[in-house]
Every structure is written in structure tokens, then in C-alpha cells.
Design a protein around this ligand. Structure first.
Ligand SMILES: [Zn+2]
Length: 318
């Protein structure tokens, strides 16, 4: 059999597996990323784990075609250089693809994690059989990946898909990027907390301040309070939905994707924010065609990263 090694470097876990051409996953490995304190340690650690998988495959008489990896951070469009890694003390402008390839000892391809997730979902998940899609992840931040004509669209310098930094409120809250009122300041976990706190500071009555059951203030507790019909929490979900609808309409109007895949931990609250999100999309997306764009949940869960990374290797020969 022929395999690729799919590698998903996350803020908490480094996950690797063997993947065959049909996308079947075997021989998973997982280690904590907190043990790596510098980029050389990180590269050594990734290579060690990948080599262990390759040895195991070769021992069984199988062939490994290469290793693909998705990394959290800025990657140049050629997939050679990591400008920076989010949540890692890793330095800047690391030629990570080449360093990994030398240490792993087989051909290696690299991309930004959200792009790779989109590529995985496009291969075997919610975007299967579709050539144009955008994946948006809602978590501690808001990320995105774009697939056009079946290929990752990384843009001129690799920053395409930064949906989280679409301006929703020009005079809104400061964002980590240096801007103001970005989608991420509203629709990421921190946005839920900030919007709820603003209401509570105005003295609005809410389960979030009244009941110990809903403390501490967190995105999860805002969802739970909204499910109980709490007005402050419901208003937060409503605003998140509107902000997402505005951001997604811009994505639809610029790229005209076949579907939008909306994932990440915060998207678990989709039933609560979807009505206001869809209302904004119907209002703002261009033409009947744009308004009909479906927003769907992902299907692959955490495996999207491993599968998308492995596909980087299989597509070399396609
Ligand atoms: Zn921003």
C-alpha cells in the first residue's frame, strides 16, 4: 500500500497519522506540544514522530510517499517559510518545510492549518465533490481557508482567508491585529464574553450575573444561558449571528463559493445564532444565487487537518 503521513500541529496537541489514497486513517500518534520550547525542538519532535510512523509502515512492507503538515500561523504561498507560529516561542521566518524534509527524510509539504482543514473537508468532508468553498473556524480566534477550483488559495503573500479580520464595526473594539471591530472581536470566544460583560455592566438582569450555575463568564456559559432563554445571552448570540452574517455575505460577494463550512468550538452554538446569521446573508448577499449559499457544519472533526495535510502529498502526482 501507499501512504502519506498527515501531520496536524495544534496549540495543544501534535497529531499525526498514516493516510491512504482513499483517506483511510491508521496508526495515529499524538503528543503534547507544550514540551517543545523552541523551533529546533519543535522540528526535532515533529520529525521524530513522523519517522516512527514511516519506519512502522516500511516494516510492514508499505511505501510512504511523503509527509504533509498544517501549522497554525503565517505561511508563505509556496509553503516553504513560516512567518510566525501562533502560540509557539518559535522565532520568525523559519524555512520549516525544508528543515522538516531534511529531518524526516521524505518529501514534505506544508500549509497554514485553516487552509489545510478546508482542503481536508473539501476532499472527504462537508465539501466533498465541490470545487469552490470557504471554511470558517470560530474558536479563540476566527480563521478561514479558501478552496478555489479544488486548490488552496493562499493569496499573494499567504494571508488569504483571514475572514476574522473583516471589519464589522469601524469604531468597534480593538483587535489583536491592530485594527478595530474585526469579526474576531465579536464572533470568537472572547467576543461572547466582552459583549455579555458590556450588558451586565449596564445593570441588565441576567442569569449570567444572578446564578452561580452560569459562572464564570465564558462563551459556553453564554450559550447555556441563551438556551434557557436569558435575554442578555440571547442578545449576545443575536449580535454574533448578525456579525457572522455580514462577514459571510462579504465572502460570498467576493468569492461566490458553493458552500461555506462553519466549524470550531464556538460554532457548536450554531442553532442559537443561525437565525440572525441567515437573515443578514439574505439581506446582504448579492443576487438570489448569493442568498442561496448554504452554510454547513464540518464533517471530519479533528481529522480534517490530518487528511488535508496528507492530501498535499497525494495531489503532487495528480
Ligand atoms: Zn483584526
Amino acid at each position: 500500500m501507499e501512504y502519506a503521513i498527515g501531520i496536524d500541529l495544534g496549540g495543544t496537541n501534535l497529531r499525526l497519522a498514516r493516510v491512504d489514497r482513499e483517506g483511510r486513517i491508521s496508526s495515529r500518534r499524538q503528543v503534547k506540544t507544550a514540551q517543545f520550547h523552541s523551533s529546533p525542538e519543535l522540528i526535532d519532535g515533529i520529525s521524530r514522530e513522523a519517522r516512527a510512523l514511516i519506519r512502522e509502515a516500511e516494516h510492514a512492507g508499505d511505501r510512504v510517499l511523503g509527509a504533509g503538515i498544517g501549522v497554525p500561523g503565517g505561511v508563505n504561498p509556496e509553503g516553504e517559510i513560516v512567518y510566525f507560529l501562533t502560540n509557539f516561542p518559535s522565532g520568525r521566518d523559519i524555512p520549516m518545510r525544508r528543515l522538516l524534509e531534511e529531518k524526516i527524510g521524505c518529501r514534505t509539504r506544508m500549509g497554514n492549518d485553516a487552509n489545510i482543514w478546508a482542503y481536508g473537508e473539501g476532499w472527504l468532508g462537508a465539501g466533498r465533490g465541490r470545487k469552490n468553498l470557504v471554511l470558517i473556524t470560530l474558536g479563540t480566534g476566527v480563521g478561514g481557508g479558501i478552496i478555489i477550483d479544488g486548490k488552496i488559495h493562499a493569496g499573494h503573500s499567504g494571508i488569504a482567508g483571514e475572514v476574522g479580520h473583516i471589519t464589522i464595526e469601524p469604531e468597534g473594539s480593538p483587535c489583536g491585529c491592530g485594527g478595530r471591530g474585526c469579526l474576531e472581536t465579536i464572533a470568537a470566544a472572547g467576543g461572547f464574553i466582552r459583549l455579555a460583560q458590556e450588558q451586565l455592566d449596564r445593570g441588565k438582569p441576567s442569569l449570567l450575573s444572578r446564578s452561580e450555575e452560569f459562572k464564570p463568564l465564558s462563551a459556553l456559559n453564554v450559550f447555556r444561558a441563551a438556551q434557557k432563554g436569558d435575554q442578555v445571552a440571547s442578545e449576545v448570540l443575536n449580535r454574533v449571528g448578525r456579525a457572522l452574517g455580514i462577514g459571510i455575505s462579504i465572502v460570498i460577494n467576493v468569492l461566490n463559493p458553493e458552500i461555506i463550512i462553519l466549524g470550531g468550538g464556538v460554532a457548536e452554538a450554531r442553532e442559537l445564532f443561525t437565525p440572525s446569521m441567515v437573515e443578514e446573508i439574505k439581506l446582504r448577499a448579492f443576487s438570489q444565487k448569493g442568498k442561496e449559499t448554504q452554510v454547513v457544519p464540518p464533517l471530519l472533526g479533528e481529522d480534517a487537518g490530518i487528511l488535508g495535510a496528507a492530501r498535499l502529498i497525494f495531489q503532487i502526482d495528480e
